[in-house]
Design a protein around this ligand. Structure first.
Ligand SMILES: Cc1cc2nc3c(=O)[nH]c(=O)nc-3n(C[C@H](O)[C@H](O)[C@H](O)COP(=O)(O)OP(=O)(O)OC[C@H]3O[C@@H](n4cnc5c(N)ncnc54)[C@H](O)[C@@H]3O)c2cc1C
Ligand SMILES: *[C@@H]1O[C@H](CO)[C@@H](O)[C@H](O)[C@H]1NC(C)=O
Ligand SMILES: *[C@@H]1O[C@H](CO)[C@@H](O)[C@H](O)[C@H]1NC(C)=O
Ligand SMILES: *[C@@H]1O[C@H](CO)[C@@H](O)[C@H](O)[C@H]1NC(C)=O
Ligand SMILES: *[C@@H]1O[C@H](CO)[C@@H](O)[C@H](O)[C@H]1NC(C)=O
Length: 531
């Protein structure tokens, strides 16, 4: 006891001495001590004022709002961070971790800010945002077909950098250019190459992470358990992921896309019945997403389906697949557009297909909405009669739509335990529940959130159960959250089994080993076992 106190005392001396020399003395003691801590950790003083923001800084709001991607969390009543820190290099990220620990504030890590529940920049606790947007180098090496990508980069930047080097390589990630690599890859992100190449995380070969002690670890240094965890278990429970090394995947010089719409009067329901039976089984080169939306058609309310496809081949081969497997779609050659892979991504992202790929470099989305998402997994085709009643329910509710994404192909060949992402063999398709709105009225928000819940409840008989599976990257706090109190593990298990099935327990073991004190925590993080 006595010797412990003595060493504590001795350790404090140099700290007090250096603190007395600091230059950071403002009206905000939280800012000052954070700034002084960064200085003590080797960050140049002239840099600190450029990377550290307190609520009294003139650019605080613009830095905070720059990566808010859901207007539900852009209100005056949304709790704001005590500090935002935007490091310029690795050493700054290390210092930000150590100084947040010292400050006793909660750390929130933000890369692209696209979390659907805003948990990278919102908290009920007093907190720090570690904003990664300056950490975004991308190094593509075509000779080894790999790239290192830092987590503050966006998917658009990644696709652009790959395309600049070669038009016959791509990467199987998502179709929104402003999504951040940090949340997307660590959460098991996917895109229209999923049936051919699996998820982002199925194509990650190395990573760099900063752990709770500020150490920088690569795959070898972190070990296979932690490397496994940050490929689908969410990064934010384990450390700050700095970069991922990815395998590029081959894409043909010509691919084909289409986007066709069918209403109920145009046999939409029958087409969907057929789609459910084939979309996870036909040629891996074909991925057809379906949007299911309540709309007004010819002055009456009904459902419209939008079929959006990527085919890794030319339009003639695509037509022969469709004519034999999905003839009810009635696809015509004139519906098909042959293009390069990079332009197919622009098409899927709703750009004009002739847009120059430089558009992918913009970090500002065209519009930001209020939004809510939920997810489900379908293992048995939903019968036509049930689809008809689901459509009627959607029309009655009025606003919530679905996005169906087929699985199968590569997804079914990868074992459930290979990565934390467990939704593999036997999944026909994933459902995203989607509602966007633009009006700030809180009543309207309550109404839309309630509609999403009601539709989710209505879908219970048709989707996976025990557990009812959910996709981590479609973050949904309705399915459970943790208060980080003493019932942490049991609270975590509620959403943990839905997102990870049996992999939850391995994630808990990794968490307990690398961050037993639960420094890296959020509303849906992996809890450590308490001792
Ligand atoms: C418009 C839009 C389109 C989308 N399209 C797709 C799609 O096509 N496919 C798909 O799979 N998903 C899609 N998503 C979901 C998206 O993949 C997830 O929201 C993803 O987590 C976003 O990553 P981010 O870095 O932008 O988010 P953030 O909000 O910055 O982070 C999300 C989570 O990851 C953590 N995190 C972020 N960076 C790091 C890091 N460096 N280290 C550790 N933890 C970190 C955060 O703390 C938070 O918990 C879309 C989302 C939106 C809003
Ligand atoms: C978020 O709110 C701020 C303050 O009301 C406002 O200035 C800003 O435009 C909002 N952001 C968006 C994207 O609407
Ligand atoms: C990005 O790369 C440049 C050039 O190699 C380098 O100077 C810079 O430090 C790198 N930035 C980060 C955040 O790693
Ligand atoms: C709908 O299906 C019916 C019966 O199979 C068929 O006769 C009709 O042509 C189809 N309508 C459209 C628009 O494809
Ligand atoms: C709307 O009605 C017209 C005329 O009856 C019909 O030709 C058209 O197909 C309808 N549109 C849709 C989208 O169903």
């Amino acid at each position: 006891m006595a010797s412990n106190m003595l060493s504590t005392f001795l350790l404090l001396l140099p700290l007090i001495a250096s603190t007395s020399q600091t230059i950071f003395v403002s009206a905000d003691p939280t800012y000052d001590s954070f700034a002084n801590c960064l200085a003590e950790n080797g960050i140049p003083r002239d840099q600190i004022s450029r990377i550290l923001y307190s609520p009294t800084s003139s650019s605080f709001s613009s830095v905070l709002n720059a990566y808010v991607r859901n207007l539900r969390f852009n209100t005056t009543s949304t709790k704001k961070p005590s500090i935002i820190v935007t490091p310029l290099q690795l050493q700054g990220v290390q210092a930000a971790v150590l100084c947040t620990k010292q400050s006793n504030l909660q750390l929130k890590i933000r890369s692209g800010g696209h979390d659907y529940e805003g948990i990278s920049y919102v908290s009920e606790n007093n907190f720090v945002i570690l904003d990664m947007f300056n950490i975004r180098n991308i190094t593509v090496d075509i000779s080894t077909k790999t790239a290192w990508v830092q987590t503050g980069a966006t998917l658009g930047e990644l696709y652009y950098r790959i395309w600049k080097q070669s038009n016959v390589y791509g990467f199987p990630a998502g179709v929104c250019p402003t999504v951040g690599v940090g949340g997307h890859i660590s959460g098991g992100g996917y895109g229209p190459l999923l049936r051919k190449f699996g998820l982002t995380v199925d194509n990650v070969v190395d990573a760099q992470i900063i752990d709770v002690n500020g150490n920088v670890l690569d795959r070898k240094g972190m070990g296979e358990d932690l490397f496994w965890a940050i490929r689908g278990g969410g990064g934010a429970s384990f450390g700050v992921v700095l970069s991922y090394k990815i395998n590029l995947v081959p894409v043909p010089p010509i691919v084909t896309v289409f986007n066709v719409q069918r209403t109920q009067a145009q046999n939409a329901t029958d087409i969907l019945v057929q789609w459910q039976n084939v979309a996870s089984k036909y040629d891996d080169n074909l991925f057809i997403r379906v949007l299911v939306q309540p709309v007004t058609i010819n002055k009456s309310r009904g459902i419209r389906l939008t079929f959006i496809a990527l085919y890794l081949g030319d339009s003639n081969s695509l037509l022969s697949v469709i004519n034999s497997k999905l003839p009810k779609l009635g696809l015509k050659k004139s519906d098909c557009i042959e293009t390069s892979w990079i332009r197919s991504m622009l098409f899927w992202m709703n750009f004009d297909i002739k847009t120059a790929p430089e558009a992918l470099l913009s970090r500002t989305p065209d519009s930001v909405n209020f939004l809510k998402r939920k997810s489900d997994y379908v293992q048995t085709p939903i019968p036509k009669t049930a689809l008809t009643s689901i459509f009627a329910k959607m029309v009655q509710l009025g606003k919530v739509g679905f996005v169906f994404n087929p699985y199968g192909g590569r997804m079914g060949q990868i074992a459930e335990t290979e990565t934390p992402f467990p939704h593999r063999a036997g999944i026909i398709y994933k459902i995203q529940y989607s509602v966007n709105w633009q009006d700030a009225s809180p009543d309207l928000a309550q109404q839309y959130l309630a509609q999403a819940k009601e539709l989710y409840s209505f879908m219970t008989p048709y989707v996976s159960s025990n557990p009812r599976q959910a996709f981590l990257n479609y973050r949904d706090l309705d399915i459970g959250s943790t208060t980080n109190g003493k019932d942490n593990y049991n609270e975590g298990r509620v959403y943990g089994l839905k997102y990870f099935k049996g992999n939850f327990d391995r994630l808990v073991r990794v968490k307990t080993a690398v961050d037993p004190g639960n420094f890296f925590k959020n509303e849906q993080s992996i809890p450590p076992l308490s001792h």
